[in-house]
Design a protein around this ligand. Structure first.
Ligand code: MF3
Ligand code: CO
Ligand code: CO
Length: 255
């Protein structure tokens, strides 16, 4: 049985917008430090300090035991990559996923960055992942269903020769980090859960260069897992938090 979604009040929407703007600015800030030679722990520290300096908390820190302030998913890592002493090298792609908790509200966004010069194949995958997210967002309006988002996303991705991850996806968000509904990157038109005005969701398709299948890995002392593509080919992702309005949507995680 799904929980009843309570629409945000105008006051709550203001707070949600502030949290999302801060998440987007954190992401933009950390993105400017992505280059060969930097460790993912250094990127994590940058996200941590930026959020604290701006009166927010990095929401992943301590979330189900997750020990870091962001996720850093390099190359074949699909999502939830754990920052560590790994050094970025020329040609890598890295998704940085930042969630800020500000004044009781969560803002969640991610982007995949290039480390130096990347292959044409990597560049194409990353572009498709970004456009796939945007195709999904185009479907967001009151009365639409989560399957409409997934259908548009998967159609676009498969036409470009890539695959979407099925079991992991977007989510409702607001006063709760991971709320209802689940927002899949595949689906059928007219199926799934109803989008209701003045609720927020994330759209965050994971796009794989090869097969959709992935393998999971434990994170010590945490119930959160991280994932790699089962064929070790590349995976890319972009995420926005989006407000469902009375007529359509508004992307909130813009800097
Ligand atoms: N930000 C991720 C998402 O988009 C969730 C990360 S939870 C963590 O939903 F524990 F892995 F950090
Ligand atoms: Co998310
Ligand atoms: Co995220």
């Amino acid at each position: 049985m799904s929980r009843k979604i309570v629409p945000l009040s105008p006051e709550e929407i203001k707070k949600m917008k502030a949290a999302c703007r801060l998440a987007a600015r954190s992401l933009e800030h950390v993105g400017s430090f992505v280059r060969a030679g930097v460790t993912t722990n250094e990127l994590d520290q940058i996200v941590h300090d930026y959020n604290l300096t701006h009166g927010a908390k990095p929401a992943t820190l301590g979330y189900h035991g997750y020990p870091k302030s962001c996720c850093t998913s390099i190359n074949e890592v699909v999502c939830h990559g754990l920052p560590d002493e790994t050094v970025l090298k020329d040609g890598d792609i890295i998704n940085v996923d930042v969630t800020s908790l500000l004044d009781g509200f969560f803002g969640d966004c991610s982007a995949t960055f290039f480390v130096g010069e990347v292959s044409d194949a990597a560049r194409d995958l990353v572009e498709v992942a970004r456009l796939a997210r945007d195709k999904g967002i185009e479907e967001v309006r009151p009365g639409a269903l989560t399957g409409d988002i997934g259908f548009a996303t998967d159609k676009f991705v498969s036409r470009r020769g890539y695959s979407t991850v099925k079991e992991i996806g977007g989510h409702g968000i607001g006063r709760t980090f991971h709320d209802e509904p689940f927002v899949p990157a595949f689906g059928k038109k007219g199926r799934g859960e109803l989008l209701v005005p003045w609720h927020c969701i994330t759209v965050e398709p994971m796009v794989n260069q090869g097969v959709a299948a992935f393998v999971e890995f434990e994170i010590p002392n945490s119930s959160i897992k991280y994932y790699k593509t089962s064929d070790n080919k590349l995976s890319a992702q972009f995420e926005h938090t989006v407000l469902i309005t009375d007529t359509g949507h508004e992307i909130l995680t813009l800097p």
